[in-house]
Design a protein around this ligand. Structure first.
Ligand SMILES: Nc1ncnc2c1ncn2[C@@H]1O[C@H](COP(=O)(O)OP(=O)(O)OP(=O)(O)O)[C@@H](O)[C@H]1O
Ligand SMILES: [Mg+2]
Length: 255
Protein backbone atom coordinates (compact mmCIF):
# COMPACT_ATOMS: atom_id res chain seq x y z
CA UNK A 1 0.00 0.00 0.00
CA UNK A 2 1.22 3.50 -0.82
CA UNK A 3 1.95 5.38 2.39
CA UNK A 4 3.44 8.43 0.73
CA UNK A 5 2.67 9.64 -2.77
CA UNK A 6 4.46 12.53 -4.40
CA UNK A 7 2.86 13.72 -7.60
CA UNK A 8 4.37 16.23 -10.00
CA UNK A 9 6.28 17.96 -7.20
CA UNK A 10 8.12 21.09 -8.27
CA UNK A 11 10.01 23.33 -5.85
CA UNK A 12 11.63 26.54 -7.05
CA UNK A 13 13.99 28.93 -5.31
CA UNK A 14 13.88 32.07 -7.42
CA UNK A 15 15.12 31.02 -10.85
CA UNK A 16 16.42 27.64 -9.64
CA UNK A 17 14.23 24.57 -9.95
CA UNK A 18 15.43 22.39 -7.06
CA UNK A 19 12.80 19.68 -7.59
CA UNK A 20 11.38 19.27 -11.06
CA UNK A 21 8.07 17.45 -11.61
CA UNK A 22 8.91 14.58 -9.28
CA UNK A 23 6.67 11.52 -9.00
CA UNK A 24 7.49 9.01 -6.30
CA UNK A 25 5.54 6.45 -4.29
CA UNK A 26 6.77 5.04 -1.01
CA UNK A 27 5.21 1.71 -0.07
CA UNK A 28 4.34 1.07 3.56
CA UNK A 29 6.80 -1.16 5.40
CA UNK A 30 9.76 -0.51 3.10
CA UNK A 31 13.08 1.29 3.22
CA UNK A 32 13.00 3.62 0.23
CA UNK A 33 16.17 5.55 -0.56
CA UNK A 34 16.68 8.71 -2.55
CA UNK A 35 20.17 9.09 -3.93
CA UNK A 36 21.79 11.59 -6.25
CA UNK A 37 24.72 14.01 -6.54
CA UNK A 38 25.11 17.07 -4.32
CA UNK A 39 22.42 19.62 -5.07
CA UNK A 40 20.15 17.06 -6.78
CA UNK A 41 17.19 18.15 -4.64
CA UNK A 42 17.01 15.31 -2.08
CA UNK A 43 16.83 17.44 1.07
CA UNK A 44 14.39 19.77 -0.65
CA UNK A 45 12.06 16.80 -1.15
CA UNK A 46 12.25 16.15 2.62
CA UNK A 47 11.59 19.83 3.29
CA UNK A 48 8.55 19.77 1.02
CA UNK A 49 7.14 16.60 2.63
CA UNK A 50 7.51 18.09 6.11
CA UNK A 51 6.04 21.45 5.09
CA UNK A 52 9.22 23.49 5.58
CA UNK A 53 9.22 24.64 1.97
CA UNK A 54 6.10 25.25 -0.06
CA UNK A 55 6.02 23.58 -3.47
CA UNK A 56 5.48 25.59 -6.62
CA UNK A 57 3.19 22.83 -7.87
CA UNK A 58 2.32 19.20 -7.33
CA UNK A 59 0.96 17.33 -4.37
CA UNK A 60 2.02 15.18 -1.43
CA UNK A 61 -0.37 12.58 -0.08
CA UNK A 62 -0.07 10.62 3.14
CA UNK A 63 -2.35 7.60 3.28
CA UNK A 64 -4.28 9.20 0.47
CA UNK A 65 -4.77 12.53 2.26
CA UNK A 66 -3.40 15.66 0.62
CA UNK A 67 -1.05 17.38 3.08
CA UNK A 68 0.68 19.64 0.57
CA UNK A 69 -0.45 22.95 2.02
CA UNK A 70 -0.44 22.00 5.69
CA UNK A 71 1.82 23.58 8.30
CA UNK A 72 4.73 21.46 9.62
CA UNK A 73 3.11 20.85 13.03
CA UNK A 74 -0.02 19.51 11.33
CA UNK A 75 2.01 17.23 9.06
CA UNK A 76 3.68 15.64 12.11
CA UNK A 77 0.21 14.64 13.26
CA UNK A 78 -0.10 12.55 10.10
CA UNK A 79 2.78 10.41 11.33
CA UNK A 80 5.78 11.99 9.62
CA UNK A 81 9.01 12.69 11.48
CA UNK A 82 12.55 13.40 10.37
CA UNK A 83 16.18 14.02 11.12
CA UNK A 84 18.30 16.75 9.56
CA UNK A 85 21.38 16.61 7.35
CA UNK A 86 23.39 18.60 9.92
CA UNK A 87 22.68 17.17 13.33
CA UNK A 88 20.09 19.24 15.17
CA UNK A 89 20.04 18.59 18.90
CA UNK A 90 19.29 21.02 21.69
CA UNK A 91 22.82 21.22 23.05
CA UNK A 92 21.92 22.66 26.44
CA UNK A 93 19.12 20.20 27.11
CA UNK A 94 19.83 16.72 28.40
CA UNK A 95 19.42 13.70 26.16
CA UNK A 96 16.21 12.86 28.04
CA UNK A 97 14.84 16.36 27.49
CA UNK A 98 15.74 16.18 23.81
CA UNK A 99 13.69 12.99 23.56
CA UNK A 100 10.78 14.67 25.35
CA UNK A 101 10.76 17.39 22.68
CA UNK A 102 9.80 14.74 20.14
CA UNK A 103 6.80 13.74 22.22
CA UNK A 104 4.96 17.04 22.13
CA UNK A 105 2.81 16.07 19.16
CA UNK A 106 1.65 12.97 21.05
CA UNK A 107 0.85 14.92 24.21
CA UNK A 108 -2.64 16.03 23.48
CA UNK A 109 -3.85 17.33 26.81
CA UNK A 110 -6.59 19.85 26.30
CA UNK A 111 -6.71 23.03 28.32
CA UNK A 112 -8.94 21.53 31.00
CA UNK A 113 -6.75 18.44 31.36
CA UNK A 114 -3.69 20.66 31.82
CA UNK A 115 -5.14 21.52 35.21
CA UNK A 116 -5.88 17.94 36.24
CA UNK A 117 -2.78 16.75 38.11
CA UNK A 118 -3.60 13.06 37.67
CA UNK A 119 -3.91 13.35 33.90
CA UNK A 120 -0.66 15.29 33.74
CA UNK A 121 1.11 12.71 35.88
CA UNK A 122 -0.02 9.83 33.68
CA UNK A 123 1.04 11.68 30.53
CA UNK A 124 4.46 12.49 31.98
CA UNK A 125 4.93 8.91 33.11
CA UNK A 126 4.04 7.59 29.65
CA UNK A 127 6.47 10.02 28.08
CA UNK A 128 9.23 8.93 30.46
CA UNK A 129 8.60 5.22 29.77
CA UNK A 130 8.69 5.79 26.03
CA UNK A 131 11.92 7.78 26.28
CA UNK A 132 13.52 4.98 28.33
CA UNK A 133 12.45 2.36 25.83
CA UNK A 134 13.86 4.36 22.90
CA UNK A 135 17.09 5.22 24.76
CA UNK A 136 17.54 1.54 25.51
CA UNK A 137 17.11 0.61 21.85
CA UNK A 138 19.60 3.28 20.76
CA UNK A 139 22.14 2.49 23.49
CA UNK A 140 21.68 5.94 25.03
CA UNK A 141 20.49 4.93 28.50
CA UNK A 142 23.74 5.81 30.25
CA UNK A 143 23.70 9.27 28.64
CA UNK A 144 20.14 10.30 29.47
CA UNK A 145 21.22 13.01 31.91
CA UNK A 146 24.15 14.32 29.86
CA UNK A 147 23.82 17.53 27.90
CA UNK A 148 23.23 16.59 24.27
CA UNK A 149 25.99 18.99 23.18
CA UNK A 150 28.56 17.15 25.30
CA UNK A 151 28.17 13.65 23.87
CA UNK A 152 29.96 12.16 20.82
CA UNK A 153 28.76 12.90 17.29
CA UNK A 154 27.34 9.40 16.71
CA UNK A 155 25.36 9.65 19.95
CA UNK A 156 24.02 13.06 18.92
CA UNK A 157 22.82 11.51 15.65
CA UNK A 158 21.11 8.80 17.67
CA UNK A 159 19.45 11.40 19.90
CA UNK A 160 18.00 12.99 16.77
CA UNK A 161 16.67 9.64 15.60
CA UNK A 162 15.31 9.00 19.09
CA UNK A 163 13.54 12.34 19.11
CA UNK A 164 11.98 11.51 15.74
CA UNK A 165 10.84 8.10 17.05
CA UNK A 166 9.21 9.63 20.13
CA UNK A 167 6.27 10.90 18.06
CA UNK A 168 5.30 7.34 17.02
CA UNK A 169 5.72 8.08 13.31
CA UNK A 170 4.37 5.96 10.50
CA UNK A 171 7.24 7.16 8.33
CA UNK A 172 10.64 8.51 9.34
CA UNK A 173 12.75 10.63 6.98
CA UNK A 174 16.48 10.21 7.59
CA UNK A 175 18.77 12.72 5.86
CA UNK A 176 22.26 11.21 5.61
CA UNK A 177 22.29 9.25 8.88
CA UNK A 178 25.68 7.70 8.07
CA UNK A 179 27.48 10.92 7.11
CA UNK A 180 30.62 11.46 9.16
CA UNK A 181 30.50 8.07 10.86
CA UNK A 182 33.33 5.54 11.14
CA UNK A 183 32.93 2.12 9.54
CA UNK A 184 31.93 0.53 12.85
CA UNK A 185 29.42 3.28 13.58
CA UNK A 186 28.03 2.94 10.05
CA UNK A 187 27.39 -0.76 10.70
CA UNK A 188 25.62 0.16 13.95
CA UNK A 189 23.54 2.75 12.13
CA UNK A 190 22.55 0.16 9.51
CA UNK A 191 21.32 -2.20 12.22
CA UNK A 192 19.31 0.60 13.81
CA UNK A 193 17.63 1.52 10.51
CA UNK A 194 16.88 -2.14 9.81
CA UNK A 195 15.37 -2.49 13.28
CA UNK A 196 13.19 0.60 12.75
CA UNK A 197 11.69 -1.03 9.69
CA UNK A 198 11.50 -4.64 10.78
CA UNK A 199 10.76 -4.50 14.50
CA UNK A 200 9.14 -1.11 14.91
CA UNK A 201 7.25 -1.44 11.63
CA UNK A 202 8.03 2.14 10.62
CA UNK A 203 8.48 2.98 6.95
CA UNK A 204 11.85 4.63 6.24
CA UNK A 205 12.61 7.25 3.60
CA UNK A 206 16.37 7.50 3.44
CA UNK A 207 18.71 10.01 1.83
CA UNK A 208 22.25 8.72 1.93
CA UNK A 209 25.52 9.07 0.02
CA UNK A 210 27.11 5.94 1.48
CA UNK A 211 26.32 3.32 -1.15
CA UNK A 212 27.09 0.42 1.20
CA UNK A 213 24.22 1.58 3.37
CA UNK A 214 21.86 2.27 0.47
CA UNK A 215 22.54 -0.95 -1.40
CA UNK A 216 22.28 -3.23 1.63
CA UNK A 217 19.20 -1.68 3.25
CA UNK A 218 16.92 -0.44 0.50
CA UNK A 219 13.86 -2.16 -0.88
CA UNK A 220 13.57 0.59 -3.48
CA UNK A 221 15.89 3.34 -4.70
CA UNK A 222 14.94 6.54 -6.52
CA UNK A 223 17.76 8.45 -8.18
CA UNK A 224 17.62 12.22 -8.61
CA UNK A 225 19.78 14.50 -10.72
CA UNK A 226 19.15 18.23 -11.18
CA UNK A 227 15.77 17.92 -9.46
CA UNK A 228 14.49 15.15 -11.73
CA UNK A 229 14.07 11.45 -11.09
CA UNK A 230 16.38 9.72 -13.54
CA UNK A 231 16.00 6.14 -12.36
CA UNK A 232 14.09 4.00 -9.92
CA UNK A 233 14.01 0.36 -8.93
CA UNK A 234 15.47 -2.28 -6.67
CA UNK A 235 19.10 -1.58 -5.64
CA UNK A 236 20.58 -4.20 -7.97
CA UNK A 237 18.71 -2.70 -10.92
CA UNK A 238 19.61 0.91 -10.13
CA UNK A 239 23.29 0.18 -9.53
CA UNK A 240 23.55 -1.19 -13.07
CA UNK A 241 21.60 1.61 -14.73
CA UNK A 242 23.93 3.41 -17.14
CA UNK A 243 22.28 6.79 -16.48
CA UNK A 244 22.89 6.41 -12.77
CA UNK A 245 26.49 5.35 -13.17
CA UNK A 246 27.08 8.34 -15.42
CA UNK A 247 25.30 10.85 -13.18
CA UNK A 248 26.36 9.71 -9.79
CA UNK A 249 28.19 6.53 -9.01
CA UNK A 250 31.17 7.13 -11.25
CA UNK A 251 32.16 4.86 -14.08
CA UNK A 252 34.27 2.48 -11.98
CA UNK A 253 32.55 2.28 -8.62
CA UNK A 254 30.23 -0.65 -9.26
CA UNK A 255 31.55 -1.81 -12.59
N1 LIG B 1 16.39 27.46 0.97
C1 LIG B 1 17.00 27.47 -0.21
N2 LIG B 1 17.14 28.62 -0.90
C2 LIG B 1 17.74 28.66 -2.09
N3 LIG B 1 18.26 27.58 -2.72
C3 LIG B 1 18.15 26.39 -2.08
C4 LIG B 1 17.53 26.28 -0.80
N4 LIG B 1 17.56 24.98 -0.42
C5 LIG B 1 18.19 24.32 -1.41
N5 LIG B 1 18.54 25.15 -2.40
C6 LIG B 1 19.19 24.77 -3.66
O1 LIG B 1 18.41 23.76 -4.23
C7 LIG B 1 19.24 22.76 -4.83
C8 LIG B 1 18.93 21.43 -4.20
O2 LIG B 1 19.42 21.43 -2.87
P1 LIG B 1 19.25 20.22 -1.88
O3 LIG B 1 19.77 20.68 -0.57
O4 LIG B 1 17.87 19.73 -1.92
O5 LIG B 1 20.22 19.13 -2.53
P2 LIG B 1 20.67 17.71 -1.98
O6 LIG B 1 20.35 16.72 -3.04
O7 LIG B 1 20.11 17.48 -0.63
O8 LIG B 1 22.25 17.87 -1.91
P3 LIG B 1 23.34 17.30 -0.86
O9 LIG B 1 23.60 15.88 -1.29
O10 LIG B 1 24.52 18.19 -1.05
O11 LIG B 1 22.75 17.41 0.50
C9 LIG B 1 20.67 23.22 -4.63
O12 LIG B 1 21.08 23.89 -5.80
C10 LIG B 1 20.58 24.17 -3.45
O13 LIG B 1 21.60 25.14 -3.49
MG1 LIG C 1 20.91 17.26 1.23
Amino acid sequence: MALLEIKGLTVKFGGLTAVDDLDMTVTEGTIHSIIGPNGAGKTTVFNAITGIVKPHSGSILLNGIDVTRLKPYRIIEFGVSRTFQSVVVFKYLTVLENLYVGYHSVLKLNLLEEFLPKKRKIATWEMYCKALQIADFLGLKSRLLSYAGSIPYMSQKLVEIGRALMSDPKIILLDEPAAGLTDTETEQMKEIIRHIKEKMKITVLLVEHDMRVVMSLSDMVSVMDFGKKISEGRPEVVRNDKEVIKAYLGENEYA
